[in-house]
Design a protein around this ligand. Structure first.
Ligand code: TYM
Length: 335
């Protein structure tokens, strides 16, 4: 079985409130990779249900993530875009990998601790084994590269450990490649606009904490205007951002949106007050995000078109994953 050298897999959960962190940390990087890699982009609806999702909203949110992929510039005719639940290989491989991964590994996962909160007994079993399904997503395609935001690094390490343990346990060295995380750009961890020490997230109760992919130009400008900063002007160097999480976050967002480094941005804005920098950032964010938001809206008006893309993508995804799964079954001794 040939091992591709350049196969990218990544996914986004359809849990609503798709935000700037998802765009800058992940989706934008997906777009760039399509020119150099074979890319498979998934809407991970099976991951979404690890916490309760209203079924009607799940369907709409699944289409919304697919629309965001396409509107951001991923070409569905050359890349595979599909939703996870359409390809049974994910669930099937996850079961086998559940028997490879150790409980101790899962007990170390910080995302589970964060999401389960204090009342861990009430979290779903799915939330606990979430990283195993994520490893299965990647390994079902023997993907080599996985573009993600920084918060997924630990899950990626678990996927690598899982691949290695499977290969060792079953005496099939090199069967699963060890997937490389691609954590790219100046905004690998976009922070809340209300609190620069907390990650921007879909579940923050404050709508002002995040810029979403549905926000109007006015919403974007308002949220940036209200973003938490400090009274100092912007520093001359990146070191000067230390201990200034709100400022650091906005500079990072500016850098990522303009394809520059933070140092480049500071070279331009050193000494500027936020009363100057925030409107410049708002203009840039509107310029970059509004065309995507508008295109998403247009696509969402034609759900049949999106469903068609997801269906075609699933057929292509199965064509890759099914033979890999057949080999995994053989390796495991299933007859
Ligand atoms: P999800 O849906 O939480 O997030 C989707 C992507 O967005 C990135 N991200 C961020 N990046 C920068 N700043 C932020 N504040 C921020 N918030 C989110 C995430 O790192 C992610 O890349 N477990 C994954 C989904 C998944 C997956 C996979 C990813 C399931 N299977 C296989 C890669 C490969 C997740 O929680 O995504």
């Amino acid at each position: 079985m040939d091992q591709p050298q350049n196969r990218v897999f990544s996914g986004v959960q359809p849990t609503g409130n798709l935000h700037l962190g998802n765009y800058l940390g992940a989706i934008r990087n997906f777009v760039g990779l399509q020119h150099t890699h074979e890319c498979i982009y998934c809407v991970v609806d099976m991951h979404a249900i690890t916490v309760w999702q209203d079924p009607k909203e799940l369907a709409a949110n699944t289409r919304e993530v697919a629309a965001a992929y396409i509107a951001a510039g991923i070409d569905p005719s050359t890349n595979i875009i599909f939703n996870q639940s359409k390809v049974s290989a994910h669930a099937e491989l996850a079961w086998i990998l559940n028997c490879v991964v150790r409980i101790g590994w899962l007990n170390r996962m910080t995302q589970f601790k964060d999401k389960a909160g204090k009342d861990r007994e009430k979290a779903s079993v799915g939330l606990y084994t979430y990283p195993v399904l994520m490893a299965a997503d990647i390994l079902a395609y023997r993907a080599t590269h996985v573009p993600v935001g920084e918060d997924q690094k630990q899950h990626l390490e678990l996927a690598r450990d899982t691949a290695q343990k499977f290969n060792n346990d079953f005496g099939s060295p090199d069967f699963f490649p060890l997937p490389e995380p691609l954590i790219m750009g100046a905004a690998t961890r976009v922070m809340s606009l209300r609190d620069g020490t907390k990650k921007m997230s879909k579940s923050d109760p404050s709508d002002l904490s995040r810029i979403t992919m549905r926000d109007s130009a006015d919403d974007i400008a308002k949220k940036i205007r209200k973003a938490q900063t400090d009274p100092e002007p912007l520093p001359e160097s990146v070191e000067g951002l230390e201990g200034r999480p709100g400022a650091d976050n906005l500079v990072g967002i500016y850098a990522a949106l303009s394809d520059k480094t933070k140092a480049d941005v500071l070279a331009e804005f050193a000494g500027a007050q936020f009363s100057v920098f925030k409107p410049a950032l708002a203009d840039l964010a509107v310029e970059k995000l509004s065309p995507i938001t508008n295109e998403m809206k247009r696509l969402m008006e034609d759900p049949a078109y999106i469903d068609g893309i997801l269906e075609k993508g699933a057929v292509r995804a199965r064509a890759i994953a099914d033979p890999i799964l057949a080999r995994v079954r053989e390796i495991a001794g299933f007859i």
